[in-house]
Ligand binder design. Sequence first.
Ligand SMILES: NC(=O)c1ccc[n+]([C@@H]2O[C@H](COP(=O)([O-])OP(=O)(O)OC[C@H]3O[C@@H](n4cnc5c(N)ncnc54)[C@H](O)[C@@H]3O)[C@@H](O)[C@H]2O)c1
Length: 251
Amino acid sequence: MSDFEGLKALVTGGASGLGRATAELLAARGAQVAVLDLDPSSVEKPLLAYRADVTDDASVRTAVAAAVAELGGLDVLVNNAGIGAQGSVEDNDDEEWHRVLDVNVVGMVRVARAALPHLRESAYAAIVNTCSIAATAGLPQRALYSATKGAVYSLTLAMAADHVREGIRVNCVNPGTADTPWIGRLLAKAPDPAAERAALEARQPTGRLVSADEVAGAIAYLASPLSGATTGTSLAVDGGMQGLRLRPVGQ
Ligand SMILES: NC(=O)c1ccc[n+]([C@@H]2O[C@H](COP(=O)([O-])OP(=O)(O)OC[C@H]3O[C@@H](n4cnc5c(N)ncnc54)[C@H](O)[C@@H]3O)[C@@H](O)[C@H]2O)c1
């Protein structure tokens, strides 16, 4: 029997990239999975799809309630919807800071708030937040994005403490640069996309981008009932970028 057999999962940002790979993996491992996304039009059965904007509390509450009703409960929440931002602190105005924080941080809070009453009913409740290596390493030109992911990291620890005695585990996954449509959009904006991709690959000790399936595997590990003793952790899936210090090739 597969570890997610009989469990019900909700994945935000599940229409694309890391969320899509995660929703498909959890379903392949036996879960019934609902996706919550701004644009779920590409989501296909057996995944259930709900349109919601994580910056809109009413829309989140409506979608979570509908998903839980159709699934018949909730065991796993993957809080994954997020957007990027580039530049130093001088490059984004207050409005953009509020917009990105609203999606990446408060968005996770809104979905968790709506999901918690249902997770309390589960014998295997788990929340996995998609954080980033940007939370733990200083990356150039990512001040706003990094601030949001640093907040997600701290939020993960605080939520793990708040809910451990209710039997709800909370962890986060910290991907390095992962090959998703998001990175495709970033490369398309670069003056030389091939050179930019080569630079991103070279930044990771493995010499390649992380795959969406590799991140999905890590999220599934943290969400699985087999990981019942794991809470308040961050799992790096970054090709060694955070922990390793290699010498240049040939030295
Ligand atoms: N790709 C990377 O290199 C990378 C690295 C580290 C962390 N992450 C994180 O992984 C998560 C997913 O990124 P991805 O690369 O799969 O991106 P993606 O752009 O491929 O997918 C993001 C999904 O989130 C949805 N979304 C965006 N704003 C939303 C909103 N307001 N309400 C509901 N849904 C919304 C989008 O519609 C999209 O389907 C993000 O939190 C991102 O910060 C990505």
